[in-house]
Design a protein around this ligand. Structure first.
Ligand code: AKG
Length: 291
């Protein structure tokens, strides 16, 4: 039985050096241009998050979880293959921060928490949950176009952000993320089957919105880089037909103050946060309260 690392609300392996002065924090700050790009387009690519050493540790942890994690009850969700297409594979799991030290410590990566706070409008950052997405070489499945918040309406108000972090170079060939710039201003859409038809969302879109797909942008990343997106930004990713895997972990967070909007457990195995009550406690730690 693994120790549940959700009890620890700071780094446990000190994978990421913690700044001690304001100047050290400043090196992680986004520029005004980057924040403006995010506000205009709903995403921000190319943020350096992880060095070579850290990458090696995280890839090894991922390997162990993908190969030996199935029976670990600390996962909120574990899908060896969530793809609805029998010819492809999409590994998708939630809750790895509770299990391995590196994937726990990524939540307290200064480069993540500073950027997340700025992109949330200079707010304190609270953790929602994490995810692993793994598309194996040659047969990696799609993630349908969607808005993250369409799966999260059990929490409110909308003040959520996603940080997708590449553990391999992510390219058009191996199924990197794609975005519709500005779609975070469209309002909330219905949710499609996440690992189903790539274009399932289209049945819910107006002709004008469908036209915006002509302007879809691929978001290739180098291993160790992250992309942030707003929780209403429409995004998805295609198959991995290349000879290389496409591995990534994701941190989902929100501005402190978000409350539960459900009397059901918000994540499998996590005690109920009654409707209207603030999200906090063991499973929803405050990651950053300003410097
Ligand atoms: O890894 C992918 O292709 C999809 C990730 C995603 O949808 C997300 O992080 O919100």
């Amino acid at each position: 039985m693994h120790e549940d690392l959700s009890k620890f609300h700071q780094q446990v392996a000190n994978l990421f050096p913690w700044p001690t002065t304001a100047k050290e924090w400043d090196q992680y700050r986004l520029t005004n241009d980057q924040v403006n790009f995010f506000n205009e387009n709903g995403y921000l690519p190319g943020i350096k998050m992880i060095n070579e050493n850290q990458l090696e540790i995280l890839r090894e942890e991922l390997f162990q979880l993908i190969n030996n994690g199935r029976d670990n009850s600390l996962f909120y969700e574990y899908n060896s293959n969530e793809s609805t297409d029998p010819k492809t594979i999409l590994f998708h799991a939630l809750g790895e921060w509770r299990i391995t030290k590196g994937l726990h410590d990524v939540l307290w990566n200064p480069a993540f928490i500073i950027a997340a706070s700025q992109l949330l409008g200079d707010k304190p950052v609270r953790f929602w949950h994490d995810q692993i997405f793994y598309k194996p070489a040659k047969q990696g499945g799609v993630v349908a176009w969607h808005q993250d918040y369409s799966y999260w309406t059990r929490t409110k108000p909308i003040a959520h952000i996603t940080c997708w972090c590449a553990l391999d170079d992510a390219t058009e060939e191996n199924g990197c993320l794609q975005y519709i710039p500005g779609s975070h201003k469209w309002g909330l859409l219905p949710k499609p089957v996440i690992a189903g038809d790539l274009h399932g969302i289209r049945e819910f879109l107006s002709e004008e919105q469908k036209k915006q797909f002509d302007n879809a942008q691929f978001a290739p990343l180098k291993a160790g880089e992250a992309i942030f997106h707003h929780s209403l930004t429409l995004h998805g990713s295609g198959e991995n037909k290349s000879s290389r895997p496409r591995r990534a972990f994701v941190i989902n967070a929100f501005a402190d103050g978000v409350v539960s909007d459900s009397n059901e457990p918000l994540l499998a195995g996590v005690p109920v946060v009654p409707k209207g009550q603030k999200m906090e406690g063991q499973f929803f730690p405050l990651l950053f309260n300003g410097i």
